[in-house]
Design a protein around this ligand. Structure first.
Ligand SMILES: [Zn+2]
Ligand SMILES: [Zn+2]
Length: 158
C-alpha cells in the first residue's frame, strides 16, 4: 500500500538558479525528497538548479510522539538531511518517533540560517503555530491577517 502523493512544500523566497522561479520540496518515496519547481516547470528552464541556500524545515508527526508533534530543523542540503531523518539516523526525537510507528512529513520550509532555527526553537509554541497540518485559532487568525509566515523576511530581526 503506497501513501497518497504528498504535495510539494513550497519554499517562498528560494528560487531556481536557472530560471528564477520558486522552488519547493517534494516527497518522492517514504524516505526520499527532491527539490522541484514549486509550480509548473517554467517554459525555458533548462532544468531545476537548486540554489545554494540553507533552509529551516518543519516536520509534523502523525500520530504525535508523546507530547511531540513537530521537529524543527536546519539543513544545508535539504533532500540529504530529510533522507537521513526518515532513515532514523538524524535527530534523536525523529528517530524515536519513527521507531514508535509515527509517520513524519515535511510541512513547511523557509530560507534560513542556523540562527533562525535557534530563534524559532526558543519560541516554544512556534512549530505548532507555523504548522499547516495543525490549525489552531491563533494560526487561523494569522492566516486571516495575511501573516502566515512568521519570519518575514527570514532573519529580518537580525
Ligand atoms: Zn528552473
Ligand atoms: Zn503540525
Amino acid at each position: 500500500m503506497s501513501p497518497p502523493p504528498a504535495p510539494v512544500v513550497a519554499c517562498p523566497g528560494l528560487a531556481c538558479a536557472a530560471c528564477g522561479a520558486w522552488v519547493g520540496c517534494e516527497r518522492v518515496t517514504q524516505t526520499r525528497w527532491a527539490w522541484v519547481h514549486a509550480g509548473l516547470r517554467p517554459p525555458g528552464c533548462p532544468g531545476l538548479a537548486p540554489p545554494a541556500a540553507t533552509v529551516v524545515y518543519l516536520l509534523h508527526f502523525v500520530p504525535a510522539y508523546r507530547h511531540a508533534r513537530h521537529y524543527l530543523g536546519f539543513a544545508d542540503d535539504l533532500p540529504a538531511r530529510l533522507h537521513t531523518q526518515a532513515s532514523g539516523r538524524g535527530a534523536r526525537l525523529v528517530a524515536v518517533a519513527l521507531a514508535a510507528g509515527c509517520q513524519i512529513s515535511l510541512v513547511r520550509l523557509w530560507p534560513g540560517t542556523r540562527d533562525d532555527e535557534r530563534r524559532m526553537k526558543n519560541q516554544r509554541a512556534v512549530p505548532r503555530l507555523l504548522c499547516p497540518a495543525c490549525p489552531t485559532r491563533a494560526h487561523a487568525r494569522r492566516l486571516a491577517a495575511g501573516q502566515g509566515v512568521l519570519l518575514d523576511p527570514p532573519g529580518g530581526a537580525a
